[in-house]
Design a protein around this ligand. Structure first.
Ligand code: ATP
Length: 140
């Protein structure tokens, strides 16, 4: 029995990560799910949030938004619409995105696409928490 699972994270633009890891926690569209080595085949849509993986006693964080996760043959493939490792996140940009979303919510109540604005806000806040978690864990 393998004691690691291969984690691959890809977006339409690039390969973000390919690593043998001990555990993956990910934000499924219906809630967080966890993958240990030798997991049964599994498929889930991804929500907006922070994926994390454990390796050598450390926890690493990756922001993901939308897409799918598939597990088969001891490989966990994350096909994300958007993904960034914690160290890649531009926190100032995320703060500005929060400010813009809050300003839109204040200024344009009648015309506001609420779901779109909420998603932008959630992406920005998740990016900030991802980077903070990575820093706290000493892996960013
Ligand atoms: P913004 O309004 O700042 O563009 P967004 O949430 O609308 O944020 P996305 O559509 O999720 O941006 O992503 C567009 C591209 O920009 C993706 O390649 C994504 O990885 C990158 N990106 C967005 N925000 C950040 C950030 N704060 N740090 C690093 N990369 C980012």
């Amino acid at each position: 029995m393998a004691n690691t699972v291969k984690l691959e994270i890809v977006t339409p633009d690039r390969k973000v990560l390919s690593e043998d890891v001990e555990y993956v926690g990910a934000p499924g569209a219906l809630g967080e799910f966890g993958i240990l080595p030798n997991h049964v085949p599994f498929l889930s849509a991804l929500g907006i949030g922070n994926l994390y993986y454990k390796l050598g006693g450390k926890t690493y964080y990756v922001f993901v938004a939308g897409g799918f996760a598939e597990v088969s043959n001891n490989k966990c493939t994350i096909l994300a619409e958007v993904a960034e490792m914690a160290h890649e996140i531009d926190v100032d940009r995320a703060k500005k995105a929060v400010d813009r979303a809050e300003e839109r919510a204040r200024q344009t109540k009648e015309k506001l696409d609420f779901a779109r604005n909420q998603a932008a806000l959630r992406r920005a806040m998740s990016r900030m928490s991802c980077q903070r978690s990575g820093k706290d864990a000493g892996t960013c």
